[in-house]
Design a protein around this ligand. Structure first.
Ligand SMILES: [Zn+2]
Length: 421
């Protein structure tokens, strides 16, 4: 998949550069008027933030970020407070490495009102600009952060509340929908979402979340703005933030059951578990399809046909991404969902919860599979794919999975976007 290839290439770049840890250079274009004291203060703040190892160090003490917002994120269990961090520093890439390759250049600092500024920054590599391979992944991104001035001091802030200040807001039960003004609110889908939450929480004995923020954005670019980007090398799709109970969905999807599933299964009693990717995404796909658009069982038929001739395919080759798609995560999502489908039909909701909480290691996952399917993992590794291959003929609606089919107004812009969670 594209984002994974990009991440791998970036890691290669990081390993071949010298291990320089000198101060990160932060430059600016000529039109940023640092003779203006306020603009100069904002520039210095952002430069110091970039140099403060924003990937890892002193999160709670970081002096450059608005304290209230910082605590809101960290106290909710989020591993970062800068919404861009979850994208920039994934795969454990370190700030000093990234910023020494893709050096930050401030493109603009705008004063928006008496105490509010925006900062737009390009992350570009001169070194790799002309490289036939790495040059394709350059520039890496352009960020847009906000900055507030409080009693003469300056603090950075996430863009999301400012970028959506003019969006329409609707409340239905515990969900607040924040909808881009270009989009029509779809109350029928919203009612289906409420019903899905109630039914699923009842079926799996889950506590209904008190509050969900559900953002509906019309394009990948608009989604990116909510993560402090105006450009990113890897386009944005729909995402759920389970710490903040926040969904950001791409396109007119007011009933993204896939992302809703991520949130409602994020139970406080289970929070200490980190699950294998196939488990996290398998469950969300089982209940909500790969993108919250088509029902899983329909996607299953398509995938089953796809792998009909793939005679050597095993579960492990899918988990290890030896078999994958360039533009989506369907093989691992649908295979994971299929395992949950089989577990549900064999053990009901209790089996699904057991598998979901199998543990974080491969060993724990395999032990749970052996217990639920009463066969060795070695055998299951081949058997489950054989079963999957037969589903193009066999799919029966054995389980009333409450997934909505999207209406005619569906935008398919997100169909081939790599999702991050
Ligand atoms: Zn997901």
């Amino acid at each position: 998949m594209k984002a994974r290839i990009i991440t791998s290439l970036l890691i290669i770049i990081f390993t071949i550069i010298s291990n320089g840890q000198s101060k990160i250079k932060v430059s600016l274009v000529g039109s940023v008027d640092t003779t203006n004291t306020e603009i100069n203060n904002v520039f210095n703040l952002f430069r110091d933030y970039i140099r403060s190892n924003p990937d890892s160090t002193y999160y709670y003490d970081n002096p450059y970020w608005d304290k209230t917002e910082k605590l809101e994120y960290l106290n909710a269990g989020s591993p970062y407070f800068d919404n861009a961090s979850g994208i920039i520093f994934r795969a454990d890439t370190k700030a000093n490495y990234i910023f020494s390759i893709f050096t930050p250049k401030v493109l603009s600092i705008e004063k928006l009102d008496s105490n509010l500024f925006s900062i737009k920054t390009l992350f570009y590599s001169n070194k790799y600009a002309e490289d036939p391979t790495y040059g394709k992944w350059n520039p890496y991104y352009i960020t847009k952060h906000y900055c507030v001035k409080k009693e003469g001091d300056y603090y950075l802030k996430n863009a999301i509340s400012y970028e959506t200040s003019f969006w329409n807001k609707y409340r239905y039960n515990q969900i607040e929908y924040i909808v881009h003004p270009s989009m029509l609110f779809d109350s029928i889908s919203v009612k289906k979402t409420i019903k899905f939450i109630e039914k699923t929480c009842q079926r799996y004995n889950l506590t209904i979340p008190k509050q969900i923020s559900y953002y509906v954005a019309p394009s990948s670019e608009e989604v990116g703005k909510l993560f402090n980007f105006t450009f990113n090398i890897s386009p944005f799709g729909s995402m759920a933030n389970t710490h903040l109970f926040r969904i950001i969905t791409l396109g007119e999807n007011f009933n993204n059951i896939h992302e809703i599933t991520h949130l409602i299964f994020n139970q406080a009693k289970w929070n200490d578990k980190t699950r294998p990717f196939i488990i996290n995404e398998g469950l969300a796909t089982f209940l909500g399809g790969t993108k919250g658009e088509l029902p899983f069982l329909e996607e299953l038929k398509i995938f089953s046909k796809e792998i009909k001739q793939e005679k050597d395919l095993t579960l492990n080759s899918i988990i290890q991404r030896k078999y994958s798609h360039d533009k989506d995560n369907n093989p691992i999502y649908i295979t994971g969902a299929y395992i949950f489908y089989k577990v549900y039909n064999k053990h009901g909701a209790e089996g699904v919860v057991s598998l979901f909480n199998c543990g974080k290691t491969d060993f724990e996952f395999q032990k749970m599979i052996e217990k639920l399917f009463n066969m060795s993992y070695e055998k299951f590794n081949v058997w489950i794919i054989e079963q999957l291959r037969q589903e193009s003929q066999n799919v029966r609606y054995q389980h009333n999975i409450p997934v909505q089919r999207r209406g005619s107004r569906v935008s398919h812009i997100g169909l081939y976007i790599k999702r991050y969670c």
